[in-house]
Ligand binder design. Structure first.
Ligand code: SF4
Length: 357
């Protein structure tokens, strides 16, 4: 055990020889800021074909050995212990503070350049309650490996009460119900699923690699295993030609799954993606913001769920009559069916405003 001194007081830093752990870039907004500890179980996306997505396009998917994941968790736990010791030495008890982090950084200057240290500190200062497993689809890990990594996380950070991750519906279909149940029981609580659309023609065009039936099966299996399921869809994804089919079939699939959360991510073409090139070539005509709102109206009208319907992304930037953002960006959104009429009224308000512009 080695020692450092903060303001003249000696305290242990638990023999930290290696401060490195990996952190990926992407996570859902609801896991952002200081909300979640970001843990990288796999690197990038094992599918990587979706034509609208730029997230991991230049990167190759890699499974990480469980020993490496556990070593990352151990490093985070040792740093946490060192931060607590630094806080105690400053008279802050076990409350990790900014001053404690600065004290540790003074003793270990490498932490100034550490890609994940600030994330860890802010997460701990926020209470250290939730974790997000990166990258694009760690559910593809072998089930025993995933169970071992989740178990190690729970033992190392008993304060965590919610663990979430991205997942692909196709992977959920491929996993057995028994495996899904054991993963849920090992401490993974919520799955963020990229539905994008429930329309089969559009799913094929955007190369999602799954049919609407697969989306329904995957979503339902996750629900049956006891996961909280959060489904993301993209208003405007099919352009003008597919707007009606996109709205109707998305409502059909979401109604069949009835997930806990439905989250809107209005489509914006991202440079250097195949879909952007199709738009540039005139093969797909994108919707205007007003047309996206009309599509949203069709989808919401047909939606029969008991979900929370959310607009928790900056892209949901339609305005009301006063020029304010139309929908709350709150992560819990609107409870359906109770607030369905309210959402439809807001859509009408937004449509009236765009009519005048
Ligand atoms: S599965 Fe998700 S991360 Fe992978 S290419 Fe498709 S949208 Fe992007």
């Amino acid at each position: 055990m080695s020692y450092l001194s903060g303001y003249g007081i000696k305290h242990p830093i638990m023999n930290i020889k290696n401060y490195n752990f990996e952190t990926g870039i992407y996570r859902p907004p609801s896991e952002g800021g200081s909300a979640s500890l970001l843990l990288r179980f796999t690197r990038n996306c094992p599918w990587n074909h979706c034509t609208f997505c730029a997230m991991y396009k230049t990167k190759k998917f890699q499974l990480r050995p469980v020993t490496e994941i556990k070593a990352d968790i151990d490093t985070m736990a040792r740093l946490t212990q060192a931060l607590k010791s630094a806080a105690a030495a400053l008279g802050h008890g076990e409350n990790i503070t900014r001053d404690a982090a600065i004290s540790l950084m003074e003793k270990i200057p490498e932490l100034n350049y550490h890609q994940g240290f600030s994330m860890l500190v802010h997460w701990l200062m926020a209470g250290g309650k939730t974790a997000f497993i990166q990258d694009g689809n760690s559910m593809i890990m072998k089930t025993p490996d995933l169970l071992e990594a989740l178990g190690h996380l729970g033992t190392s950070f008993p304060s965590i009460n919610r663990v979430t991750t991205y997942a692909r519906a196709r992977t959920l279909v491929q996993k057995s119900s028994k495996d899904l149940l054991s993963i849920r029981r090992a401490g993974l609580h919520r799955l963020h699923l990229g539905l994008e659309t429930g329309d089969d023609d559009l799913l094929k065009k955007i190369k999602k690699g799954v049919t609407s039936e697969g989306q329904i099966q995957g979503g339902k299996k996750a629900m049956a295993a006891g996961f909280q399921v959060s489904e993301y869809w993209m208003p405007g994804l099919g352009g003008r030609a597919l707007t009606r089919a996109h709205a109707e079939n998305t409502a059909r699939v979401l109604t069949a799954v009835n997930p806990h959360y439905i989250r809107s991510r209005p489509f914006r073409a991202i440079a250097n993606t195949p879909l952007h090139a199709q738009i540039q070539a005139g093969e797909v005509t994108p919707l205007s913001p007003r047309e996206q709102l009309m599509e949203l109206k069709q989808m919401i009208t047909a939606l029969e769920v008991t979900s929370n319907v959310c607009f928790d992304h900056a892209g949901n930037n339609w305005r009301n009559a006063q020029g304010r953002i139309l929908f709350t960006h709150d992560y819990e959104g609107y409870k359906f069916p109770e607030q369905k009429d309210q959402v439809l009224d807001l859509i009408e308000e937004g449509l009236e405003r765009t009519q005048k512009n």
